[in-house]
Design a protein around this ligand. Structure first.
Ligand code: CAA
Length: 284
């Protein structure tokens, strides 16, 4: 496999900009692609801000921050991916949206380019089917905030080659992150464990077992989680949580993963958490 020098990231939302940030800091040239100019402008300001936090903490120097920023190209044209050895898609968590992008990437990229997806729960084997390179399609699941969280879940689809896995594992290690190897299964490991816990917290709130603050306090103080499950749901986005519960329910064909009606109600009302200013808590 050729040496990695250039990485494209598709989707300049929270995850895409975090991924672009860590690759640029790792010394790679990054091509961050989004069809929306507005999203790219927001990504630039959030990456600047997050690099600034690291400078303030003295984990990186101001020069490293400037050099990292200079390594990122902000692009609206997806055709710009053709000189990347690795392309990571980090678009909205809907199977049809990801399939469309992967199909397009497959037609634009040289045969040797690895196509990774940052999906948090959708089957890698199924996503790979829309391409003509299923041996080079792999899950690379980062966690928010990407510059802070150490873990990357690497998910092998049915046809992902050993060579592709070892390539991605070494890339993750070179970024200073810790990889875990996971076989393709709904929600992988992270969301198979995390989302039912969040969903159960929402049931407890709906059934008035306790207040949102106290439910969160139990997991923070009793289990030493950095955030309670309801605050974490707001941080992740309630629409994302709902999507993942639906993937688990459908993928395992088991109603133990039924999304809580209160979660469905909040998403239908547009109360998606921090990004809309209200979720289980009010951020306005
Ligand atoms: N970029 C760079 N640095 C950042 C940052 C960012 N985006 N956000 C926070 N930081 C740094 C801060 O500078 C700070 O550093 P020091 O402690 O060394 O000063 C540190 O991270 C902690 O930040 P804060 O002090 O601002 O806030 P905090 O102590 O309350 O921590 C948190 C914030 C890191 C988000 C912490 O609450 C946490 O770990 N929460 C859990 C997050 C989590 O579970 N993420 C996974 C979500 S699931 C997911 O992403 C995938 C999925 O599939 C759904």
């Amino acid at each position: 496999m050729s040496e990695l020098t250039n990485v494209s990231v598709i989707g300049a939302g929270t995850m895409g900009s975090g991924i672009a940030h860590v690759f640029a800091l790792g010394g790679y040239d990054v091509n961050l692609v989004d069809s929306s100019k507005d999203s790219l402008e927001k990504a630039l300001s959030s990456i600047k801000n997050n690099l600034g936090k690291q400078v303030k903490k003295e984990t990186i120097t101001a020069e490293e921050s400037d050099n990292s920023l200079a390594r990122i190209r902000f692009e609206t044209n997806i055709g710009s991916v053709d000189n990347s050895q690795l392309v990571i898609e980090a678009v909205y968590e809907k199977k049809e949206v990801k399939e469309k992008i992967l199909k397009e990437l497959d037609s634009l990229c040289p045969r040797e380019t690895v196509l990774a997806t940052n999906t948090s729960s959708i089957s890698i084997s199924e996503l790979a089917l829309v391409t003509n390179r299923s041996d080079k399609v792999i899950g690379m699941h980062f966690f928010n905030p990407v510059p802070v969280m150490q873990l990357v879940e690497i998910i092998k689809g049915r046809s992902t080659s050993g060579e592709t896995f070892l390539f991605i594992k070494s890339v993750v290690e070179r970024l200073g992150k810790i990889p875990v190897e996971v076989n393709d299964s709904p929600g992988f490991i992270s969301n198979r464990l995390l989302m039912p816990m969040i969903n159960e917290a929402v049931f407890a709130l709906m059934e008035n077992v306790s207040s949102a603050e106290d439910i969160d306090q139990v997991m923070k103080l009793g289990m030493k989680h950095p955030m309670g499950p309801l605050a974490l749901a707001d941080f992740i986005g309630l629409d994302v949580c709902l999507n993942i519960m639906e993937v688990l329910q459908e993928g395992f064909n088991n109603d133990k993963y039924s999304p809580c009606p209160l979660l469905q109600k909040k998403v239908a009302a547009g109360e998606l958490g921090r990004k809309t200013g209200v979720g289980f808590y009010d951020y306005s």
